[in-house]
Write a protein that binds this ligand. Sequence first.
Ligand SMILES: NC(=O)c1ccc[n+]([C@@H]2O[C@H](COP(=O)([O-])OP(=O)(O)OC[C@H]3O[C@@H](n4cnc5c(N)ncnc54)[C@H](OP(=O)(O)O)[C@@H]3O)[C@@H](O)[C@H]2O)c1
Length: 314
Amino acid sequence: MEKMRAIVCTKYGPPEVLKIKEVEKPAPKGDEVLIKIYATAVTASDIFIRGSQIPIQFWIPMRIMIGLTKPRKSIIGLVLAGKIESVGKNIKRFKPGDQVYGLTGFGLGAYAEYKCMKETDSMQGCLSLKPTNITFEESTSAAYGGLLALQYMERGNIQRGQKVLIYGASGTSGTIAIQYAKYLGAEVTGICSTSNVDLVKSLGADFVIDYTIKDSINLIEQYDFILDAVGKIKTSKLKEACKKALTLNGKYVSIDDGKLILDSKRLDLIKELVETGHIKPVIDRTYSLEQIVEAHEYVGKGHKKGGVAITICK
Ligand SMILES: NC(=O)c1ccc[n+]([C@@H]2O[C@H](COP(=O)([O-])OP(=O)(O)OC[C@H]3O[C@@H](n4cnc5c(N)ncnc54)[C@H](OP(=O)(O)O)[C@@H]3O)[C@@H](O)[C@H]2O)c1
């Protein structure tokens, strides 16, 4: 039996519950591809699943989904980028050697050297060819941040010249949301803390509001579309004021409104936008598989800039 290295999470808890282990290497079925994973990521979702700190009103439905007493999937990890190593006999979209990126959904398992996935979209994941002009690490940020940003931005039907506000402009989804809004021709304002002002400007934001300064609330105007890219767990007076800072037909959307859709067509669009230079994914830090505890500790603080990647194969 062939073996691989993986990060195993057999109980909910602090980052230290994550252990590196040798486990059985998966073999693809007829409708699956075997992916050699070059990079994964530590996302807000991975922190959420590992820590399982679920608000009381969502506790039962969430635990039913992710595992009642311990994680349903012992190998967690939502995002991957890698190369197709082999394909099952029914596979049409991919061939060995193809470089791919995607999300594993409830199939999880990206914190490992190998992962089997179907080529069709489902709750168990979505997969596409990765952008050719960025690294595997950057591709993990493009996949997670891109799917989140594009899905929720599309709800705004943003038109050229409209005013768009991104609350939480420096996270994985926020950094892509800024660039996507600029691509659509909007006038973009980003909200972030002092240390991220230059980053958000460099991504193309026309205006940046530093939420740490006194009276930042007085700087907000009226917007045609507002995206809360931080999520509903964190709130503030400024965020509450943003909810009301809308034009007559303006729309406010939270990144936590409904479920993330695992959509390979959207991954294809992100690939195109990255390859044409409209979107450049941001990577804050890169860790090795052995440094997974450190990586979870850092991301758990809630202030990463763009994405945090884990290199699995160089
Ligand atoms: N709908 C779904 O199914 C689904 C799926 C996955 C994730 N999500 C949601 O998406 C969210 C965003 O994920 P992500 O990975 O893009 O986030 P992230 O990278 O973890 O975002 C962190 C950013 O939030 C900013 N931030 C932290 N506290 C803040 C505050 N009090 N006020 C304003 N900004 C603050 C930080 O900027 P500063 O350092 O400048 O503060 C940081 O850059 C998740 O937290 C989750 O709620 C939803």
